[in-house]
Design a protein around this ligand. Structure first.
Ligand code: HAM
Length: 423
């Protein structure tokens, strides 16, 4: 019997992992430049945390949670990072120490969706959360940071859409307006949307069902019913984005599927060919009510999360650096000891080394070095030991020289530095 990964969950093997690492490292350095610090929270949380924050009527809580019960406790694998981060922020009383807190996280999330390209049951998010800044300058700064990040990662074609959901009052008003508008069309709506019409009509704007899309076409926009303070906030966001020259479009139909959002909402989509229909690279928004709802301080918050699998489908790889590798191939025990010392010297100079002490013919050693993509192969056999030298084969230039063991590391370090300088 052969075991396979669980449906919708994938291994990431060396060969692919280098792209992940590059994405994560550019993400980390970008957000750290903007003052964010990393937070790591558990993957398992109380199920109730997501019910209370992500929302009972959200698709995630309704049907996508991986739930389990242990000693009477109802737990869930986190479907997103925002609730756990908020829980940790509140639990650590962080607001008592810092006026504004900026956190980021990278890690796996779990949603029981039907897997397809760009949509998995275990997927990875890199996200940011800001606590204690009501914006809208903070909102614009976050969106602009993300535009810069995507450009740095070589994602060439993407669209930035923004909207405002307003605060609780605007939202309640819009809810009524939308219900009034849709009620006469109720029969034309999908079964799911008919249910939503009662408990969460805004979600109908998000439906992919052609019947719902048709029904909401002429619906009034939320931007028409925003309370004055909410409208001023949205205008403040637009003015800041305009001042930055950040490209964006306003999409009054953007609602996003999580229940906690207030005011600013945004989503970045890409038309990169490999993405297909799952084209949302990242999404986020403001959630000014969540901390208090979870028993914490009355503080505003904004954040986003980026899907790493989707980013990898949209990224251009031309900038992926190649590791310059050295393959050390001693034959015999005494040679192996010298190989160990040489490998240590090379690594002390930050040169990546594969030590292969399995022996074999020169041909097979070179074949192995080649299979690893090595730039240099160092051969030490009986004849080299006798003469007190190491054979240094440059596998790119197809040349070879013999050097005293003590001269090898510096020779290779110089050659690699010259390569780097030549680009
Ligand atoms: P979300 O829109 O549910 O927001 O997810 C954010 C991103 O995660 C999506 O745009 C997508 O790239 C990726 N993603 C979501 N589901 C999957 C999946 N099944 N397979 C692959 N990728 C997926 C959130 O999660 C919020 N926590 C964002 C946020 C943070 N809002 C405020 N703070």
């Amino acid at each position: 019997m052969q075991f396979r990964p669980v449906k919708g969950m994938n291994d990431i093997l060396p060969g692919d992992i280098e792209r992940w690492q590059r994405l994560e490292s550019v993400f980390r350095s970008t957000v750290e430049l903007h003052g964010y610090s990393e937070v790591r929270t558990p993957i398992l949380e109380a199920l109730e945390l997501f019910v209370r924050s992500t929302g009972e009527t959200s698709e995630i809580v309704e049907k996508q949670m991986f739930e389990l019960e242990r000693s009477g406790e109802r737990l869930a694998l986190r479907p997103e990072g925002t609730p756990g981060s908020a829980r940790a922020f509140i639990g650590g009383s962080v607001h008592a120490r810092e006026p504004v807190t900026r956190w980021y996280y990278i890690g796996p999330m779990f949603r029981a969706e039907n897997p397809q390209r760009g949509r998995y049951r275990q997927f990875h998010q890199a996200g940011c959360e800001v606590y204690g800044d009501a914006g809208p300058i903070a909102d614009a700064e976050m969106i602009d940071m993300l535009v810069g990040l995507l450009r740095a990662l070589g994602v060439s074609s993407f669209d930035v859409r923004v909207n405002s959901l307003g605060g609780p009052q605007s939202r309640a008003r819009y809810r009524n307006v939308l219900q009034d508008y849709l009620r006469p069309h109720a029969n034309e709506l999908s079964e799911h949307a008919q249910k939503r019409l009662l408990d969460n009509p805004l979600r109908i704007l998000d439906s992919k069902n052609p019947r719902d899309i048709e029904a909401v076409k002429g619906a009034p926009s939320i931007l028409e019913v925003l309370e004055p303070e909410d409208l001023a906030h949205f205008q403040g966001l637009r003015a800041a984005l305009d001042a930055l020259g950040t490209p964006y479009t306003i999409d009054p139909g953007l609602v996003r599927g999580l229940d906690y959002y207030t005011r600013t909402l945004f989503e970045f989509t890409s038309s990169a060919g490999k993405l297909g229909s799952q084209n949302a690279l990242l999404g986020g928004g403001r959630y000014d009510g969540m901390l208090a709802e979870l028993g914490g301080p009355q503080l505003p918050a904004i954040g986003y999360a980026m899907g790493l699998e989707r980013m990898l489908l949209a990224m251009d790889d031309s900038a992926l650096p190649q590791v310059q590798r050295c393959f050390v191939a001693p034959v015999g025990e005494r040679a192996a000891h010298q190989g160990l010392v040489l490998a240590r010297e090379l690594r002390a100079r930050e040169i990546t080394v594969d030590l292969d002490g399995r022996g074999g013919s020169l041909r097979s050693l070179l074949r192995r070095a080649d299979a690893r993509g090595a730039r240099f192969c160092l051969v030490i056999g009986d004849s080299e030991l006798e003469r007190g030298v190491v054979q240094v084969k440059d596998l790119r230039a197809h040349t070879q020289i013999e050097l005293a063991p003590s001269a090898v590391a510096s020779h290779i370090a110089v050659a690699l530095t010259q390569d780097e300088a030549a680009g």
